[in-house]
Design a protein around this ligand. Structure first.
Ligand code: SF4
Length: 239
């Protein structure tokens, strides 16, 4: 698991080496010296060369980007097959974000890992994920090949999200927003589409029942009007 803010998930009074080798020593009974050697090797794989010295340091002595690399290295040390990355670059500046994403992508391929990448950044999801699952009110409302998500969404919420992205070519235009506010899972009514109060395409059928998963276009949509709206959603939510 790689967390959003590495500083919040490392103990400030424990050394990097203790943090990195803990799982190896306690879960896999790897001897201390061997665990440290593995940690140094893994640090080198995420671009931290002086690993032996880094293991003796405390989190506050490392930059945010370096600490996130430590988190990635620690997550890979026990040989996982599935890596969960929860907004791993949100707390980093843009340049460091790009470096960390490149490392994650390289290591994912090298180790043959499956990665579940959680993000609010649709562009980033499209860039690194094969498939994207879009969630609303605690439920997956669309699963789609990332390549098709922007141009041919299957759910009005996905289209509205894509339409709300700032456009660098149109600096004078007002930013488009989705009306209303997002619902938490517990606020969604049990008998209608949770997105209905904000959806420009809502009709009576949307308020008759919670839409079930519908296979369409090689993906999945939880929209009662998915077939009617197919090809009309584009990247803009109105209409
Ligand atoms: S089911 Fe109806 S309200 Fe819900 S997203 Fe589809 S069109 Fe909109």
């Amino acid at each position: 698991m790689i967390f959003q803010d590495p500083r919040a998930h490392t103990n400030p009074v424990r050394r990097i080496g203790d943090f990195m080798t803990e799982a190896l020593r306690t879960n896999l009974a790897v001897p201390a010296a061997q665990a440290r050697a593995k940690a140094v090797d893994m640090l080198a794989q995420v671009g931290i060369e002086d690993g032996a010295r880094r293991l003796r340091q405390y989190p506050h002595q490392l930059s945010g980007g370096m600490l996130q690399r430590v988190m990635i290295a620690a997550a890979l040390l026990t040989g996982p097959r599935l890596m969960l990355a929860d907004e791993p670059t949100t707390a980093l500046d843009v340049t460091t974000q790009a470096e960390v994403m490149a490392i994650l992508d390289d290591l994912r391929r090298e180790f043959g890992l499956t990665m579940l990448f959680i993000t609010h950044d649709l562009e980033l999801a499209a860039a690194i994920c094969d498939r994207t699952a879009v969630m609303y009110a605690g439920q997956i409302v669309e699963i789609r090949s990332s390549m098709l998500l922007h141009d041919d969404p299957l759910h009005p919420y996905t289209a509205a999200l894509a339409g709300a992205r700032p456009d660098i070519a149109q600096t004078a235009r007002r930013l488009r927003a989705i009306p209303g506010r997002p619902l938490s899972a517990f606020e969604a009514l049990p008998a209608e589409c949770a997105f209905a109060p904000r959806c420009p395409h809502a009709r009576d059928v949307c308020r008759a029942a919670v839409p079930g998963p519908l296979e369409i276009g090689g993906g999945m949509s939880r929209c009662a009007r998915a077939h009617d709206l197919r090809g009309r959603l584009g990247a803009v939510a109105d209409g």
